[in-house]
Write a protein that binds this ligand. Structure first.
Ligand code: ATP
Length: 581
């Protein structure tokens, strides 16, 4: 996020280098002056080679020859010198382009550069960070956090947990009367875009108090002590406001666990974390300040941060289920002209694993498409198209560059994904398959929607890997082992990622057992070879299985590919028809 702040630290270095550079350049120019004897100068005049002479009071005067070369010679300081030059048709300039006259522009330049830099710093005012101001941070409160719980759809449990904090901020004395210790810190954890920032803002909005938002990475600096200073500064600002909500996004930047080898820590980070903990312990319960922090992964945070009296309330903000997705879609369509044919529940059903941010983006893309067409309403077709844009990027309009051979490869690759998907996971909906390349770089894509599930079984994870391998397997079957392409790189990345999770965290393979390998690694036990072996064996077996399935269903594979080549995009009905035939 706000990387620009870190640049503040470079300013003094830049200034020092700049001034040293200018000084060196000036010294160098003085030392490298070419001085000729006065006698030689007169000879050049006689030869008619001198065009300009700069007369001054300095020891040497500057002369320019016909060939534009510049020399210096001793200053004769005679009264008739200027006249004698003029009589010979030489241009004579009064004053010097060296010495003082060079120093003045140089110092002026330095002065201007320093002024500009200082202006840059001061114009960023209190938001500036860097070596000049050790404790400053961009933490002006948002005065108009008019976000309330009405702006959050779904996330019912999180909202419920936050509601009592609103009462605590509004009436802290009520709780201190009973000697009740309210949480000083709340950690919101969950995948990106699920509404963590929104919830923190809503807490401030509902309690009607200032909202200070910062990012954990703002505190991690190269100079030891800078981050700690900034923490103190931030809390001072909040205390000055009386009641407040402080929100630290990406808290992992300061509060990440250190492993057994001591990696992952630094003096700077430790000091910053200690300063944060000290500030949080320093609150009075009656104060009405709540610190909220957000992370994508709670398990990576240092235990010290999670102890009672610190960030002791942990609220999960997960991906929305179908009902929550429906609510979020409704909320973000509130002020949009939706056509009657739009069925937001069916949109909710096809947006499995979409975060709130992605759903908001989906409706926004649909609005943009409708606006581009000057359509009166946002239709289901707009939403459908927007869906493709959110998943894979906008369709490339100019497809004239596509070679038939490439189209054929994409058609078989996508057909492989679609067919395996339908054959190994019949409950999945293959919503759309296309060979139209997208602006995000995909040659085509298969939109495969799996049913909403709280847990993923081992079988469903292995099936997902098979679906991912379907594209490469189809290429190999049709075009031969030697002609497989780079098109599968993202599929292989996804497959590898799933396998690592299964082996390292989910204890799903007999050979690797029920251990958490991430924890073992942090304790200094290296098992990477075991993980590698099980991942390699499993993916190889799954690939052979996929090749087998496709070989047995080659006719269907051909049919899907041909239809794709003909229509470019096919939908779930086409797929069902071909697979059922
Ligand atoms: P990150 O982890 O990437 O910082 P986050 O969890 O903090 O993400 P937000 O920044 O709060 O996510 O959400 C981004 C946007 O997504 C919100 O401004 C809002 O438009 C939309 N959004 C996310 N969740 C919800 C929700 N539950 N209800 C309504 N809108 C939501």
């Amino acid at each position: 996020m706000k990387n620009i702040k870190k640049k503040g630290i470079l300013i003094p270095f830049v200034l020092i280098i700049l001034i040293a550079g200018i000084f060196f350049n000036y010294k160098h120019s003085l030392n490298s002056k070419k001085i000729i004897q006065y006698k030689q100068f007169l000879e050049e005049i006689d030869k008619g080679n001198v065009t300009d002479v700069y007369i001054s009071n300095s020891e040497n005067i500057k002369i320019i020859l016909k060939n534009n070369k510049i020399y210096y010679t001793q200053n004769p300081r005679t009264d008739t010198f200027k006249e004698s030059l003029l009589l010979k048709g030489i241009n004579v300039h009064e004053g010097d382009s060296s010495g003082l006259s060079q120093i003045i522009p140089l110092s002026l330049f330095s002065f201007l550069m320093i002024s500009a830099t200082l202006y840059f710093i001061s114009s960023r005012g209190k938001n500036v960070s860097g070596a000049f101001k050790l404790s400053s941070i961009d933490a002006e409160p948002e005065k108009t956090t008019n976000i309330t719980f009405n702006d959050i759809a779904g996330n019912e449990e999180a909202k419920e947990s936050i509601k009592e904090l609103v009462d605590f901020i509004k009436h802290p004395e009520k709780y201190s009367k009973y000697n009740a210790r309210m949480p000083r810190g709340v950690i919101l954890y969950g995948p990106p875009g699920t509404g963590k920032t929104l919830i923190a803002k809503a807490l401030a909005g509902e309690a009607n108090v200032p909202f200070f938002a910062v990012n954990g990475s703002d505190f991690v600096q190269i100079y030891v002590g800078v981050g700690a200073g900034r923490i103190r500064d931030l809390f001072k600002k909040a205390r000055d406001k009386g009641k407040a909500v402080i929100f630290i996004d990406e808290i992992d930047a300061i509060g990440k666990k250190r492993d057994a080898r001591g990696d992952g820590g630094s003096d700077e980070r430790d000091q910053t974390l200690n300063a944060l903990l000290a500030e949080m312990s320093g609150f009075k319960d009656s104060q009405g300040i709540i610190v909220m922090a957000a992370t994508n992964r709670l398990d990576t945070l240092d235990e010290a941060l999670l102890r009672p009296g610190r960030f002791d309330r942990h609220i999960e903000v997960g991906l929305p289920d179908v009902t929550a997705r429906y609510k979020i879609l409704k909320l973000h369509s509130k002020n949009k002209p939706l056509a009657e044919d739009v069925d937001l529940y069916s949109v909710a059903q096809m947006t499995v694993y979409f975060s709130g941010a992605k759903l908001e983006n989906l409706m926004n893309e649909a609005s943009i498409l409708a606006a581009k067409e000057s359509s009166d309403y946002i239709t289901m077709e707009h939403i459908d198209k927007a869906f493709g844009i959110v998943i894979a990027g906008a369709e490339k309009k100019d497809r004239s560059f596509l070679k038939d051979e490439d189209k054929k490869i994409t058609a078989y690759h996508e057909a492989g994904h679609a067919l395996i998907s339908k054959l190994v996971c019949p409950e999945n909906i293959v919503k759309r398959v296309t060979i139209i390349p997208s602006t995000k770089g995909a040659g085509g894509y298969t939109l495969n929607i799996s049913p909403d599930r709280i847990y993923q079984t081992k079988g469903s994870l292995l099936n997902n890997i098979k679906i991912a391998l379907g594209g490469r397997a189809a290429e190999e079957i049709i075009f031969g082992k030697e002609n497989i392409t780079t098109g599968a790189y993202k599929d292989l990345e996804n497959a590898t990622n799933t396998l690592i999770l299964m082996a390292k965290y989910y204890g799903m393979f007999n050979n690797t057992g029920l251990l958490n390998y991430d924890l073992l690694e942090r304790e200094g036990v290296n098992n990477s070879q075991e993980i590698l072996k099980i991942c390699r064996e499993t993916i190889s077996n799954l690939y052979n299985e996929v090749i087998d399935i496709l070989n047995k269903n080659k006719e269907k594979l051909d049919k899907i590919a041909f239809e794709l080549l003909e229509k470019e995009t096919i939908d779930s009905y086409d797929i069902e028809r071909i697979v059922a035939a």
